[in-house]
Design a protein around this ligand. Structure first.
Ligand code: NDP
Length: 460
């Protein structure tokens, strides 16, 4: 995106020009930073001390970036090399915290955008966590369990030098679920000879928290419910478009069903299903088994359930037909930039007036602007999907205290945190002159806590 598209003061425009020069080709990182700094313009005018302390210039520069070779052997005995990363972005309010992503598209730009967003998101959770992100261009799809294990062991053999329960606590993300966390944890324990809460998303028998797998999806739905409550509405009877079919999408659908909504779509990178009759609990159960156990494709849903229609999608197309159905709400829960400018137009045209982002940065900047201009209830990722990392924070607390809370207790805390995040975004947007604008609310509320902590800690 050219610098001319940047909205805001000359400070913001100059800053973006510098970010682009210093980080060439990192388009996702530029996009994430631009959305935030445009929101922060008004804060910098009111609080010039942040400018003299170069808070934003420091926040866009990772504290540390690790990039390393991950050699492993596949089942045929062939040697393979992947690239591993860990970005330690900002530790002003706590140890680095953020997921690991295993996907062939992973590169420095994607991980830096995720790490940057994570800093503000973690700040919003009300818990003491800094921001980080990591992963690899390794693709777990089509690999045997043994191959995934060997890869995870090699990856952790290097990563374990840089992380620790008081330093940096990774979790899952795309391609990193319970299976991968298990292998990573086992290798960390073996190499470091310590049993600690160094990862979250662990199995229940070895330090995991109830509700962590459900948390991101549940949280995105709680956030949507809070947004609707500002208009005295509920999710009851609302038709919902959900993309993805992994961890976030599955538990988004589960919570929507519990709250009486009607989810009608799910997708993967090859296509999507539209089930006009609605995805029921029984059908969701089929999807969970299909994706988490049999590791199949969403197309199988349409073969199994009469009335559901499967449509193949093309990643390079300028619009995805999943976003072109009549509905009330949309829960993008697959990946970044999955809602293009044209998709945003389609959503608005089809009557969607609630967008709660389960995925990270799923909407392109032009789409974000359309949602804001249309004054729909638009919950940006760093607020709407913060339930996942918040519950990771709760897992860390339980590990430190060496005890486990009940399912009800964790869910209750998650719900309270999502309400608090919503309130912070709502009130901050209002205080800074843009009522109802959750993008500004989330960016500013997340920023202030980190910025004030950085001010307290000196020029580091
Ligand atoms: P999973 O790996 O469990 O599922 C990802 C889903 O998205 C799959 O259905 C996958 O399809 C689809 N997908 C991935 N990449 C693409 C792509 N390039 N194009 C189209 N579809 C794609 O990941 P999660 O559910 O954990 O993560 C989904 C999103 O939520 C990500 O943006 C992640 O960063 C975000 N998130 C996750 C959190 C968590 O706790 N897990 C916390 C906060 C945010 P396929 O199987 O074909 O690849």
């Amino acid at each position: 995106m050219p610098v001319d598209d940047v909205k805001g003061s000359s400070f913001v425009r100059d800053l973006m020009a510098e970010v682009k020069t210093k980080n060439p080709s990192e388009t996702e990182f530029h996009q994430a930073v631009q959305e935030v700094v445009e929101s922060l313009d008004v804060v910098l005018q009111r609080r010039p001390e942040y400018r003299s302390a170069k808070i934003i210039e420091r926040m866009v520069e990772p504290e540390r970036v690790m990039m390393f070779r991950v050699p492993w052997q596949d089942d045929r005995g062939t040697y393979r090399i992947n690239r591993g990363y860990r970005i330690q972005m900002n530790s002003a309010i706590g140890p680095y915290k953020g997921g690991l992503r295993f996907h062939p598209s992973v590169n420095l730009s994607i991980l830096k955008f995720l790490a940057f967003e994570q800093v503000l998101k973690n700040s919003l959770t009300t818990l003491p966590m800094g921001g980080g992100k990591g992963g690899s261009d390794f693709d777990p799809k089509g690999k045997s369990d043994n191959e995934v294990m060997r890869f995870c062991q090699s990856f952790m053999t290097e990563l374990c030098r840089y992380i620790g329960p008081d330093t940096d606590v990774p979790a899952g993300d795309i391609g990193v679920g319970g299976r991968e966390i298990g292998y990573l944890f086992g290798q960390y324990k073996r190499v470091r000879n310590e049993f600690t809460g160094v990862l979250t998303g662990k199995g229940l028998n070895w330090g995991g928290s109830l509700i962590r797998p459900e948390a991101t999806g549940y949280g995105a739905v709680y956030f949507a419910a809070e947004m609707l409550a500002t208009r005295n509405q509920t999710l009851q009877g609302k038709t919902c478009l959900v993309s993805g079919s992994g961890n976030v999408a599955q538990y988004t659908v589960e919570k929507l069903l519990q709250l009486g909504a009607k989810p009608v779509t799910l997708s993967d990178s090859a296509g999507y299903i539209y089930d006009e009759a609605g995805i029921t609990a029984e059908k969701l159960h089929f999807v969970i088994d299909l994706k988490n156990v049999r590791r199949g494709r969403i197309k199988d849903y349409a073969d199994k359930f009469k009335g559901a229609v499967y449509t193949a999608t093309e990643a390079a197309a300028d619009a995805n037909p999943i976003w072109n159905h009549k509905a009330d709400c949309a829960f993008p829960s697959a990946t970044q930039n999955e809602i293009s400018a044209k998709d945003a137009q389609h959503l608005l045209k089809n009557g969607v007036y609630v967008v709660s982002e389960g995925a990270n940065m799923p909407t392109v900047l032009d789409g974000v602007r359309q949602f804001i201009d249309a004054k729909i209830l638009y919950g940006p990722a760093k607020a709407a999907n913060a339930g996942g990392v918040a519950t990771s924070g709760l897992e860390m607390s339980q590990n430190s205290m060496r005890l486990s809370w009940s399912r009800e207790e964790v869910d209750e805390r998650l719900h309270r945190i999502m309400k608090a995040i919503h309130k912070a975004c709502w009130e901050t947007a209002d205080q800074f002159g843009t009522p109802g604008n959750y993008v500004n609310g989330a960016n500013i509320a997340g920023f202030l806590k980190v910025a004030d902590s950085m001010m307290d800690q000196g020029f580091v």
